[in-house]
Write a protein that binds this ligand. Sequence first.
Ligand code: GDP
Length: 325
Amino acid sequence: MTVQDVQMADLIRAGDRRALARAITLVESARADHRAQAVALLSDLGRGRQALRIGLSGTPGVGKSTFIEAFGMMLTGQGLRVAVLAVDPSSARSGGSILGDKTRMEQLSRDPRAFIRPSPSQAQMGGVARRTREAVALCEAAGFDVVLIETVGVGQSETMVAEMCDLFILLMAPAGGDELQGVKRGIMEMADIILVNKADGDLAPAASRTVADYAGALRLLRHRPQDPEGFPKAMPVSAYTGAGLDRAWADMRHLADWRRANGHWDRRRSEQAAHWFAEEVRQGLLSVLNREPARGLMRALSEDVAQGHKTPEAAASELLPLLGR
Ligand code: GDP
């Protein structure tokens, strides 16, 4: 560890935003020397204080940015420090980050108690997961009380975010009852609280119906031992009027406090750490496979297998010892 690294860790602990931003850029870098620095920095920061990590998912258009702006302003208004990280796996495809749009969360981004970091373009899920996880750790070290991890409701991103947060919130829009079918069961099972947004004006009646539909669907799921009575739950909010935001926050705190008091919080964090260790190892092995000489041998063996010269098992047993080196 260099003097510079130590300074960076101290600056982050002291809440220096520029140091935090630079550290996040560091963990996003794919360069080997940057990676080594990032690993050293994260170790140095260690397991200090914990923020409440809230995962927030919802399809584009449900009002995630409007919600985060209103919810975040409410929290900073209470004196809390809020970091917002965005995970946008689609940005790799579109070439730019939709969640990185500067016009989003305009008020919150000017709030000195808030820190917003848009999603960088990343080629693959493993990279996005690592970058986000490490950015969360940096924000915790920097003393934020709440870290919001936002993701669009596509692909594996929800599962990934659920694996790095303490609470998982699903934001939905008011809809006809038949649309309920569109929500995958797995996502419903991950949700601690389903917030039906846009419960205002003409949409209010539809929002009430939708809340009732989701509440019914959640009741059908098994009660989880890590939850107090009444969770998981569905409730209406309006990011426009602010209605329901304080209740949603009270419920999030209640759930978090209950889990802390009952050992579920620590257990979840431990399981998550073990999960990410296994994931790092898996990614590391994959990157070995993607480099020479393994890569060339893999291609050659694959050809042999395809042509029937070798069985898949024999070919794999030729390749696998390479990974031990
Ligand atoms: P995101 O794509 O999930 O980030 O959604 P946005 O926050 O950009 O919102 C999508 C659209 O829904 C915008 O036109 C918002 O003005 C609108 N919207 C967001 N929240 C609310 C709300 O609480 N009530 C109503 N009526 N519209 C909302």
